[in-house]
Design a protein around this ligand. Structure first.
Ligand code: PLP
Length: 367
């Protein structure tokens, strides 16, 4: 779909009549958890077929009213992103690879027949909210400001076609440590009855619909006492794909890594891409190859496979300790976080927080 790129798009600042009082905010920031506490502001930009992107604002966060016929409520034309702003040791703030999120947002937009947002506008929107809500960083170890840019079809129309009106919003949510440090490795459940993404489907797009479809298998995992679900490919139900919201890596006893290849059914994680780069920089071999579930079980049993970890923006890097399915359970390594998992996690986190050199130029300093 054509985009009217408007290089002159500037953000109007709408005054906030009643920001959250400092004492209330300080209390909320002590233990924000994930996705429960929200900041004072939001970014909003409108798109319609005649004017393209227009009416960019940074203003008070608040409810949005919509017509009951609004297309997103019926046909789920919606995409989103997730990235974090970090507070650096010297008090400044920074984003991690925001242009990668902007590019992926546009890839998702193309798959969902939505207009693309110029990358610079996406990054500027994110900068605007971090600047407006800079008092909302949790003052705790591992804390960050989680940013959620998203876009939905806002046209009131029940016909089935791409909408002619969209809204792009960014909200911010202070986040604690997703999994408290020192947390044991997670236990995952293999979904044999449900799949996440089929060839030709929307698996590579970050759209709400993929998450809606993953809730039943995720609930099944929880009901069976596990933390997360792992999906197999839809065609053969044989190859490991990813978790509901995180990519997977496997570590072998020769020090090499393997991660399932992107091919339309796996979400191209920015953490995944960063881990591949960091591991290669360490001189490690990283293969992007298919890996069968049965091979995983056999390699864990023989000791050839020594670690498995999941990665994504929210939790960064999380060790997988046990894997269970209808046909039994197996343990990875000692069942706790492995050495390479912890090393790669620490490398990535220290770059994100500005505590280690950043040769790739991933960190974008804001102030
Ligand atoms: C967002 C997401 C990821 C992780 O992507 P990051 O860019 O690393 O946060 C992995 N899988 C799915 C399904 C996702 O939606």
């Amino acid at each position: 779909m054509a985009t009217l790129a408007d290089p002159a798009l500037t953000f109007s600042r709408l005054p906030h009549p009643s920001p959250v009082p400092g004492a209330t905010r300080a209390l909320a920031l002590q233990d924000p958890g994930f996705g429960k506490v929200f900041s004072d502001h939001m970014v909003s930009i409108e798109w319609d077929i005649d004017r393209g992107w227009h009416d960019a604002t940074i203003g008070p966060r608040g409810p949005i009213s919509m017509d009951p016929a609004t297309a997103v409520l019926h046909y789920a034309q919606e995409i989103f992103e997730g990235l974090k702003a970090y507070r650096l040791a010297d008090g400044g703030t920074a984003l991690f690879r925001p242009h990668a999120n902007a590019a992926r947002f546009n890839a998702s937009a193309r798959r969902l027949a939505m207009p693309e947002l110029p990358e610079e506008t996406f990054v500027e929107a994110v900068r605007q909210i971090v600047a407006a809500d800079r008092d909302w960083f949790p003052p705790i170890d591992g804390g960050s400001l989680y940013l959620r840019p998203f876009m939905f079809a806002s046209e009131a129309f029940l016909g089935v076609r791409p909408a002619q009106q969209y809204r792009f919003l960014v909200i911010a949510s202070p986040a604690g440590n997703y999994f408290k440090s020192g947390a044991p490795a997670v236990s995952i459940w293999v979904s044999e009855d449900y799949t996440r993404a089929a060839p030709g489907g929307t698996g590579a797009a970050k759209c709400g619909g993929n998450y809606a479809a993953s809730l039943v298998p995720q609930a099944e995992a929880i009901a069976r006492g596990h933390d997360q679900v792992v999906f197999l490919d839809a065609a053969e139900r044989k190859w490991i794909e990813e978790l509901g919201g995180m990519n997977l890596f496997f570590v072998f006893d020769d020090g090499s890594l393997l991660t399932p290849p992107l091919g339309g059914t796996i979400l191209p994680g920015i953490t995944r891409d960063s881990i591949i780069a960091l591991a290669r920089e360490e001189g490690l071999t990283v293969r992007e190859e298919r890996y069968a579930f049965e091979q995983w079980r056999a390699d864990a049993a023989s000791g050839r496979l020594i670690e498995t970890f999941a990665c994504g923006t929210a939790a960064v890097v999380t060790a997988v300790g046990t894997v269970a399915g209808k046909h039994g359970e197996f343990t990875i390594g000692s069942g706790g976080p492995g050495q390479l998992t912890q090393k790669l996690r620490n490398r990535l986190v220290s770059i994100q927080r500005g505590e280690a050199p950043d040769p790739q130029g991933w960190v974008m300093r804001l102030d």
